[in-house]
Design a protein around this ligand. Sequence first.
Ligand code: GRF
Length: 194
Amino acid sequence: MSHRLAVLVSGTGRHLENLAELSRDPAADLDAEIGVVISNRPGVGALDRAARFELRAEVLEGAEAESDETYGRRVFEVIRDAEADTVVLAGFLKKLWIPEDFAGRVINIHPSLLPAFGGKGYYGMRVHRAVLERGCQVTGCTVHLVDDVYDNGPILHQRWCEVHPGDSAEALAARVFEEELLALPEALRRFWRR
Ligand code: GRF
């Protein structure tokens, strides 16, 4: 059965582009199409990428002025309207309230080996800086189901990579991101097989 994704973004949208490319490549074996892209911020790179792939894109601003639930209800109205069955948070920097009918169908990718270096405050370069400060020799990324606690839901998939001596946070982020690009589609294939 083919799946329809809602991809939620706040930033550059490299994962969005990767998913858009894979979903159009029969050899990639990702049985999915992107039904809608939702950004909580206007003017972000992810929206340019959505336009390039001619994807439906919606900007839903104003989350700061609303309760999580009120904002979440607006988001899921759009998701239902797009008839998406699976929601991917691909760099979506906002806590998402999830209605009952979508519980267990919202997936996030996080740039560390959870449960290490997760939770509130651990996002973007802060994660990689913390990994370096701890002196870790390996790190990686995690794809997990989203529940109502940050970075807490059941883990679907992880990939790891080495931390090299003298790595900057940026160099480490780039190495982890290579794994992320593989991990997210791998996780979706596995999730949909079950
Ligand atoms: C990724 O590093 C992901 O792990 C994190 O946000 C970043 C998204 O990057 N949740 P992009 O917007 O897809 O380029």
